[in-house]
Design a protein around this ligand. Structure first.
Ligand code: SF4
Ligand code: SF4
Length: 375
């Protein structure tokens, strides 16, 4: 890997969006030091691998503040661009193997391994708030995910999705307390052994229950399941299914006089190329005006929550990616910042409070649900 890293000549394209109007690597945007940019990070990794740099708390911060948003891979002009995030992940993996990961990262992974969620909360609490039939081989499986299972704002988002599916007459169920973590953050942190264990547990469980189609609420779970080695089920993000239900006439929508801007989650957008479905949903609501932020789709600016940072937030502060993004959303004149990911939702709700702003953060299901209720 060291020789491959040498091919990066630190031109710096990778920290920008395609029109160069701003800084688009979240950790560089926050710290403004070259060492926190993708190219700078790669050169430090190379020096570490070659024994020219010793491990330090600061290097750990540089490495683990990469949130795996994939902007660098999108913008680098070199043939190796698709390997950049993998190289950073490999370095994280090596640090974890050597027992050098920061304590918060170590705890995060240990909690997933022991308790099936990054906070170490009891498994029995996972679905205690959920009033829904368990999946018994009929219809689709709704995968709730850790953020929606344990975080109040995520639970609200899950309830919105569930209510919409009920309105559309969909047959579905969940795994209740038997649900396991999807493993996306373990994968992005380079804990591949843990990822494989979770992938195998989930695949096995789905097989036993006869699951044919999994609908995820979080784009992180969607991304992880797409990578499961022996996957024999279809996986959809809830926005893909909602659009299908609208197009089939299963959801009747009435007018909403709102101006909305939409934030592309990295694990739905850049990682999986899904940009149009959430926008088509919003545009299908009569009266709703969709306005774009300066950075959108492939150029979207991450909320800063990826790769476990929604828990061990190494990018917090007045110039955090989430706060920068909230300012960008406000500049559009929108009254609502629409999201399609429970992690983005939590990151932006906190940022809005910190900014003292009256911007409302709403998930797409909540907006759509209001439109169905207006009838
Ligand atoms: S990763 Fe690519 S874009 Fe970034 S500094 Fe290196 S060569 Fe330039
Ligand atoms: S993946 Fe995102 S956070 Fe990580 S180096 Fe690339 S642009 Fe920066």
């Amino acid at each position: 890997m060291s020789m491959e890293l040498h091919r990066c000549f630190r031109c710096g394209w990778c920290k920008l969006p395609s029109d160069f109007v701003d800084y688009n690597c979240p950790s560089y945007a926050k710290f403004r030091f070259e060492s926190f940019s993708p190219g700078g990070r790669l050169w430090l990794i190379r020096a570490w691998l070659n024994g020219e740099l010793t491990w330090s708390e600061n290097f750990a911060k540089i490495l683990f503040s990469c949130v795996a948003c994939k902007n660098c891979a999108e913008q680098c002009k070199m043939r190796f661009k698709d390997e950049i995030v993998d190289w950073i992940t490999s370095a994280k993996s090596s640090a974890i193997e050597k027992g050098l990961a920061p304590p918060k990262v170590r705890d995060f992974l240990e909690n997933i391994a022991k308790h099936g969620n990054p906070w170490g909360l009891p498994r029995a609490q996972r679905a205690s708030w959920l009033d829904l039939n368990k999946f018994e081989g009929e219809g689709d499986l709704l995968y709730i995910g850790c953020e929606c299972a344990y975080e109040e704002r995520g639970q609200k988002m899950a309830k919105n999705v569930i209510e919409l599916f009920k309105v559309a007459g969909l047959s579905f169920g969940t795994l209740g307390n038997e649900e396991e973590c999807d493993g996306n953050e373990a994968y992005m942190l380079g804990e591949l052994g843990l990822f494989q264990e979770l992938a195998s547990k989930n695949t096995q469980k789905f097989k036993e229950l006869g699951v044919k189609k999994v609908i995820t609420i979080s784009p992180h779970a969607f991304n992880a399941m797409k990578k499961y080695p022996d996957r024999d089920f279809e996986v959809l993000h809830f926005t893909q299914l909602l659009l299908e239900l609208i197009q089939k006439g299963k959801l009747k929508l009435s007018e909403l006089d709102l101006t909305v801007t939409y934030h592309d989650p990295c694990f739905l957008g850049r990682h999986n190329g899904i940009y149009s479905e959430p926008r088509k949903i919003l545009k299908s609501i009569p009266g709703l005006k969709l306005v774009e932020m300066k950075r959108n789709k492939e150029n979207s600016f991450c909320c800063g929550g990826g790769s476990g940072n929604f828990v061990f937030d190494l990018l917090s502060g007045s110039e955090s990616p989430a706060r920068l993004r909230v300012r960008e959303a406000l500049n559009t004149g929108a009254e609502i910042l629409a999201v399609a990911c429970p992690i983005c939702k939590a990151m932006f709700e906190d940022a809005v409070k910190d900014e003292g702003s009256d911007l409302e953060v709403k998930d797409i299901a909540e907006i759509l649900l209001s439109s169905t209720k207006m009838l």
